[in-house]
Write a protein of this length. Structure first.
Length: 242
């Protein structure tokens, strides 16, 4: 989670999110791991734009850079598939939970490592996201024990959608992206948006109201439904033009 990597990652999210020709995103790591978490070296870079700031203000600036990574991914209209190619530790684990779909290589493992470092395990939205992914009891255990969770356990408890052999990870992520790309761009973008909003909605009635307006919006402002009917009748894939 070094700043020389996280600042360009922010910029990449903004660039990709604004590209109207990109309809699905795959996020993965380079090398042996997905993300090892905090930079434990003494020569890590400082957060950007801190000239003249006191230590307490530098700390706030640093956390702001990191904590906005998760909302930045949620704001992107494209679904993000996380191809977790190795260890996802601390902030790296949090980063995976900001994506929409997670697929893990069998060599991947997860650790809420803040607790191991004498800090809290609650960072970058983990206290909100992890219980919603795996339930509160499991989330408490993982965050308080600081133990490793391998890819197969992660799949069993819902931390990832599935675990695949290492050499099948990127093909699996790209195949899923291709499937998503076959649907309406507007439909997938609004499904993502409604899903994330639904995680923060506190009643069934409010969720249904939100879903109803979204569904009606796409139904009445596109010819997508009619095209789906024609395509099914003609035995071909639909061509959604939104």
């Amino acid at each position: 989670m070094a700043f020389e990597l996280m600042v360009p990652l922010h910029e990449a999210f903004e660039q990709v999110g604004a590209d109207n020709d990109i309809t699905c995103v795959v996020l993965t790591g380079a090398g042996r791991g997905f993300c090892s978490g905090a930079d434990m070296s003494n020569d890590g870079s400082a957060p950007p734009n801190i000239d003249g700031l006191t230590l307490t203000r530098i700390a706030t600036r640093a956390m702001t850079v990191l904590t906005d990574l998760i909302p930045a991914m949620q704001r992107m209209p494209q679904p993000i598939i996380c191809a977790i190619n190795g260890p996802a530790i601390g902030g790296g684990m949090c980063l995976t939970l900001g994506t929409d779909i997670r697929i893990a290589a069998e060599s991947a493992y997860f650790r809420a490592a803040g607790i191991n470092n004498g800090l809290t395990a609650t960072e970058l939205g983990l206290s909100f996201l992890l219980p919603r992914a795996i339930g509160s009891s499991r989330a408490f255990e993982l965050m308080l024990s600081g133990r490793d969770v391998d890819a197969h356990e992660a799949a069993a408890i819902g931390l990832v959608s599935r675990a695949v052999p290492d050499n099948e990870l990127l093909p699996a992520a790209l195949d899923l992206a291709d499937r998503i790309n076959g649907w309406s761009t507007q439909g997938t973008a609004l499904t993502k948006r409604t899903m994330w909003a639904g995680l923060e909605t506190n009643s069934l009635r409010a969720a249904i109201e939100m879903e109803s307006h979204t569904q009606l919006f796409v139904r009445l402002t596109t010819q997508n439904f009619e095209e789906a009917v024609r395509a099914r009748r003609e035995g071909r894939p639909p061509n959604f033009e939104d």
